[in-house]
Design a protein around this ligand. Structure first.
Ligand code: NZQ
Ligand code: ZN
Length: 387
């Protein structure tokens, strides 16, 4: 096991009707806030009205910025930064999914910074200050509600890049599983793929003697595998929605990565797809992850055989562990397919023409991943396997 520091300070408020506490929680930090949200699902569901009522009741003034698109754009973030400066806003309230939260986080680091906020994403500047951010989560997926990351697409050139700093971990995150009842089936499935990917990026490690975190990863994966079909079959099944929502946070709050070197190659490979083709991140991962697995499994077959046996109940073939490993990869792919997700680049309408460019962009800052370091040729080969 590797040495580690684990500190996740985000206050989680979980359960039915908890969005009614948003005013009180926000008031702890500010009297004037930016209410940030997406394309309108929160208005349709009535959540917007409840959030506004709670803010008003707590005496919190707000201005709003809506219109965050999935794969959040830099242009709207710049608008948000200007708005906050004009109105002396010092708190951002994100009501939505990963895209809204990530947009809020980028605004939060951009307001106190004199330069171009994209500098942080290009590693030209270091984050030293950020406005506090609070969250009401509407989709379990990205895990951004407790993560130190923000992933943003620069409209100019379709560069999807990330930043990371403990300063942008949200102060609080309100998680009411009932808010996810209105999710379209495809979005639920994309969220599930992302949650599973966050666990698998940590599970597939070369670090030895990490039994507790192996088991925690397996338990969280098994929970999602059990409840995802139930949530799809009955979107208002509270228990299923609750298990998935909590799993989404646990998957990405760093606990499952403690003591081990994490991978993250598949995420980097996927970001080039959603950055250019504007597909949901989870759908991109459902395509990339099984291909990544097939490309790297022979580097350490036993880890993949263990994944197959413990997560998917594949009968181990002790004489041929690679057969067990491959059966596990196939089960994952079948599971994604059963949720209605794409498993090939063709299904995402990603052709061959830009694969080389994507592999070059993905590795522009050096190789990606840790289970096996992946250079441009490797990433290209993985895109080929995903066709
Ligand atoms: O915009 P609205 O109208 O709200 O609709 C959204 C959006 O179209 C809809 N939606 C959300 N909650 C809903 C709902 N529709 C009905 N009922 C609800 N309750 O779902 C669509 C997708 O929303 P989005 O926020 O894009 O989804 P997600 O949470 O999957 O976020 C994806 C983004 O997060 C990034 C991804 O790259 C992607 O850009 N990630 C962020 C991470 C982080 N910050 O730590 C880590 C992840 O690996 C990921 O990269
Ligand atoms: Zn992800």
């Amino acid at each position: 096991m590797e040495n580690f520091v684990f500190q996740n300070p985000t206050k989680i408020i979980f359960g039915r009707d908890t969005e009614g506490q948003v005013g009180k929680e926000t008031k702890e930090y500010a009297d004037r806030v930016l209410l940030h949200y997406g394309g309108g699902s929160i208005k349709k569901s009535g959540l917007y009205d409840r959030v506004v009522a709670s803010l008003q009741e707590a005496g919190v003034d707000f201005i709003e910025l809506s219109g965050v698109q999935p794969n959040p754009r830099l242009s709207l973030i710049k608008k948000g930064i200007e708005l906050c400066r004009q109105h002396q806003i010092n708190f951002i309230l994100a009501v939505g999914g990963g895209s809204v939260i990530d947009s809020a986080k980028a605004i939060a680091v951009g307001v106190p910074y004199a330069g171009d906020v994209w500098d942080f994403f290009e590693r030209k500047a270091t984050i030293r200050e950020a406005l506090p951010v609070g969250v009401v989560l509407t989709i379990p997926a990205a895990g951004s509600e407790t993560s130190p990351a923000s992933v943003v697409t620069n409209d100019d050139g379709a560069w999807k890049r990330d930043i990371g700093s403990d300063l942008i971990r949200p102060k609080f995150a309100i998680l009411n599983p009932e808010l996810t009842y209105t999710l379209p089936a495809y979005q639920t499935a994309c969220g599930v793929a992302d949650i599973m990917a966050h666990i698998m990026e940590r599970y597939f490690t070369r670090t030895r003697n990490t039994d507790l975190t192996d088991r925690l990863c397996e338990a969280t994966l098994r929970t999602v595998i059990k409840y995802a079909p139930l949530a799809l079959a009955n979107p208002t099944d509270y228990s299923a929605r609750a298990e998935i929502m909590w799993a989404g946070t646990v998957a990405h709050n760093d606990l499952l990565g403690t003591g081990r070197i994490e991978d993250w190659g598949s995420h980097m490979i996927e970001h080039e797809i959603s950055g250019i083709y504007d597909v949901p991140h989870g759908a991109g991962l459902a395509v990339v992850f099984p291909a990544w697995m097939r490309y790297v499994y022979h580097e350490d077959v036993n880890v993949f055989a263990r994944f197959a046996a413990r997560v998917w109940d594949v009968e181990p073939d002790f004489d041929h562990p690679e057969k067990t490993a491959l059966a596990g990869i196939e089960r994952l792919k079948e599971f994604f397919r059963s949720l209605g997700l794409p498993v090939t680049l063709g299904e995402l309408k990603v052709g061959d023409d830009r694969l080389e460019e994507m592999a070059a962009k993905c590795t522009a800052r050096g190789p990606v991943g840790n289970f096996k370091k992946l250079y441009k040729e490797d990433v290209y080969a993985i895109y080929q396997l995903a066709r």
